[in-house]
Write a protein of this length. Structure first.
Length: 782
């Protein structure tokens, strides 16, 4: 939710992932159990289970008492005989469900408040966070597990650690040592600025020796920092069998919407100005910090004005241009006269310097994702007035300085906290160990995954999850077959793409081979007690690996996330779904009964599969190539149904910020995925139930009931499972950020909007037609 360089010390990802950001969709990111216990003896497991179950049963009894038998008065639909489930997982799930409910709210009036009201009351946002929900709780559990792994003595229990895990532990130890950072002061920053061709102190006047091409090119290579424009290596979106250099616009470092709507977001801009002013004053007490801050914001606004808005980029396939390097350098691909005034060749040579790649002006093709932005940028940077030149020179200096400053003095990090407190409602500094564990995970995620899955992820969990994904795929296929608005040709291509989706579940098989793991990190050099130089080393390793992939064939079987990630993903260019071990934990998975599992992780699986056919995913074929494969008639029907969803969500407001509506257009992809995912999961659960009934005895095939919840039908539990994974709280500042620039609707809207479109939900909960949760008009796409 907060800009990473404002909130904490961030070390760059070593680079397991090379997919373009716009083409990877996750279940929630606008803001991480079932233990394997392989070394435990049977009697130790049993004793531990009894102890835990006793605690859970006590909690369950208290929850039941608080509810006062309320569940008995619920009307049931389609409820058959059930058998009780008293396993540890079922007891824990029942306790969690009961304690989350708000019995004073009618399910058909506000199902989110009914399902989550108790949870919301009992789980305020922690002082060191800006939002708090089930994903955040699971991430908290995961980060605690990682801390335990990172702080354990080497070789504990006689285990020989892989070298990559040792590097991760050294990085953690180095990050924790803030005394060393204070001792080194800002000298590392000044040294770096000099290498980049920047002055050691904030520049006060324009310099004729200042070249944006040199500074931006070196910054991209040495810091992984895209400033003014973005350059990366990724699949060619029109032919994913090869990699290309991709050039596109990049954020000015602060929210474009906040910059462009200065009156509406005056508070946020004032805090950003204060942050810049205070940072500059520490760097140089003699500097005119106010003038410097004014110039940074003024130039940031200039960049924001020439950026292509998200709404246009979302549907703008016309923005994709493929040109030769020669055309890019000479401006013959449509650049304005000012284009040739800039040394683009110098910039790109500095970006790719010291790699094995030498760009060829004739044979190398460049994907320009946003030519209009580059055209306007060349005009903006061609201004010769000293005042304007001074602004962009100071902007470059600030972009570098603000990125690396938190890795030095505590006073810089304190200013980041103050900014987050005033803008996002953060009330307490994030504990240093937590920041460091997250940074190590970002850089050595596979190494930590090796240790994590051996201790916290059972192989059986992976097999069951794969079965669920296949159920969801089959259910989605059934839905496609029944669509009346899709013609035969488009239907056949849709089914072909659906069958081609690759599943990545749990963790990659090669992860447990320590030789392969260590080879992956062979160029990741960690210098103990030198965080700054380690940052530069890891950046260079990531940049070099990414850029040198230009001459390699894309790995179609690569993972877009490590196992130590609490999220789920769909990649359009890979046409793959990824469900890491980190999210395959309660309350999303392993809940004891399948109605809850399919309602929670099943809906998330359906969400990711549906992303392949949302407003953006539908543009890519089964090989991940961007092309038009839908008939005109089918597209017309599709757009009409999508417009229904856009308008539905655009009418939602949150009571904390009544003046802000959900952005129906920018959130349409996630809303489509939520709606399609829920339907696919419900159908997948029905498939599972039929399969179980056909393969087992009559008694064991009966649905299982949770203790304290015997009067809920399996379908009702399914919908509770879906709703309760989105129980959450948020600060007003974080909620505003989500509403203004997020692509996900607020959690409450994800539940209300999706369930109110479901006839099955209304039937399961006996909601009268026309009630808030069962409106007359419903938006249905997939």
């Amino acid at each position: 939710m907060c800009s990473s360089r404002l909130c904490s010390t961030v070390i760059p990802n070593i680079g397991e992932i090379h997919a373009a950001v716009l083409e990877v969709r996750d279940v929630e990111s606008d803001s991480q159990s079932s233990s394997a216990m392989p070394a435990c003896k049977l009697e130790e497991k049993l004793e531990r289970t009894v102890r835990r179950s006793s605690v859970l049963i006590c909690a369950l009894v208290l929850s039941l008492a608080a509810l006062g038998g309320y569940t008995a008065v619920l009307l049931l639909t389609g409820n058959s005989a059930t058998v009780p489930c008293l396993s540890e997982e079922c007891v824990a799930t029942a306790s969690r469900i009961l304690s989350s409910l708000n019995k004073d709210v009618e399910p058909c009036t506000d199902f989110y408040e009914f399902a989550c009201g108790g949870w919301i009351k009992k789980n305020p946002v922690p002082e060191w966070a800006t939002s708090w929900d089930q994903l955040a709780l699971l991430r908290e559990q995961l980060i605690e597990n990682l801390r335990e792994l990172l702080e354990a003595d080497d070789g504990e229990g006689g285990e020989v650690l892989p070298e990559s895990v040792k590097k991760a532990k050294t990085l953690y130890k180095t990050c924790i040592n803030t005394d060393k950072l204070e001792e080194n002061g800002i000298e590392p920053i000044e040294s770096l600025l000099s290498k980049l061709g920047l002055p050691g102190k904030p520049p006060q006047n324009a310099s004729e020796d200042f070249s944006w091409e040199s500074v931006a090119g070196r910054s991209r290579r040495m810091l992984g920092l895209n400033v003014l424009l973005s350059v990366q290596v990724a699949e060619d979106v029109r032919n994913t069998s090869r990699n290309r250099v991709v050039v596109e616009q990049v954020s000015p470092g602060f929210s474009e919407r906040y910059l462009l709507q200065a009156q509406q977001f005056a508070h946020e801009l004032a805090q950003y100005e204060q942050y810049i002013r205070d940072m500059v004053s520490i760097a140089d007490p003699e500097a005119d910090a106010q003038r410097f801050a004014d110039d940074i914001i003024a130039f940031s606004k200039s960049l924001a004005k020439i950026m292509t808005p998200m709404e246009v980029r979302r549907s703008g396939t016309h923005l994709f241009h493929e040109v030769s390097l020669s055309q890019l350098l000479q401006g013959t691909a449509g650049g304005p006269p000012q284009w040739t005034q800039h040394n683009w060749e110098k910039y790109l040579k500095l970006v790719f310097a010291n790699t094995s790649v030498t760009l060829d002006p004739i044979t190398d093709r460049i994907i320009v994702m946003d030519l209009p932005y580059l055209q306007k940028l060349s005009v903006l940077l061609n201004e010769t007035e000293p005042v304007i030149v001074g602004k962009w020179q100071r902007f470059l200096w600030w972009s570098v300085f603000s990125t690396v400053a938190p890795m030095t003095l505590r006073s810089f990090r304190e200013l980041g906290f103050r900014f987050s407190r005033e803008v996002f409602g953060l009330r307490q500094r994030t504990p240093r160990w937590k920041t460091c564990a997250a940074n190590v995970n970002a850089n050595f995620g596979l190494a930590l995954s090796y240790a994590y899955v051996r201790r916290h992820f059972h192989p059986e969990a992976r097999e069951k999850a794969i079965e669920m994904v296949e159920d969801v795929r089959a259910a989605f296929a059934d839905a496609v077959q029944r669509l009346e608005w899709m013609d035969a040709s488009t239907r056949a291509r849709t089914l072909r793409k659906l069958q081609a989706i690759r599943n990545f579940v749990g963790f990659p098989a090669w992860l447990l081979h320590t030789d392969k793991l260590d080879n992956h990190y062979k160029h990741a050099h960690v210098i103990e007690d030198n965080l700054f130089d380690t940052y530069l080393n890891l950046t260079w390793a990531a940049v070099k690996k990414s850029f040198e992939s230009l001459r390699e064939k894309p790995d179609r079987n690569r993972w877009v996330a490590t196992a130590t990630t609490v999220n789920a993903f769909y990649s359009a260019t890979l046409n793959s779904v990824t469900f890491p071990a980190g999210i395959l934990q309660p309350p999303f998975y392993g809940n004891g009964i399948e109605a809850i599992n399919y309602g929670s992780i099943g809906a998330i699986m359906g969400h990711e599969v549906t992303h392949g056919f949302d407003d953006q995913g539908r543009r890519y074929d089964e090989e991940g190539n961007l092309k038009q494969w839908w008939s005109a008639a089918t597209l017309e029907h599709y757009h009409a149904k999508v417009q229904c969803i856009i308008e539905q969500y655009g009418r939602y407001h949150m009571p904390q910020l009544p003046e802000y509506a959900v952005h129906g257009f920018n959130t349409q992809g996630e809303n489509i995925a939520d709606n399609g995912g829920l339907r696919a999961a419900l159908s997948a659960y029905a498939r599972h139930t039929r399969r179980r009934a056909a393969s087992t005895s009559s008694t064991s095939a009966l649905p299982r009931a949770l203790p304290g919840l015997p009067h809920y039908s399996p379908k009702q539990l399914f919908f509770l499972g879906f709703a309760q994974i989105w129980c959450g709280n948020s600060t007003v500042g974080a909620l505003k950020s989500k509403l203004v620039e997020g692509v996900h609707s607020p959690n409450k809207i994800r539940v209300i909007g999706t369930l109110s479109n479901s006839e099955e939900f209304a039937e399961a909960w006996s909601c009268p037609k026309g009630s808030p949760m069962n409106p007359e008009h419903k938006c249905v796409l997939w």
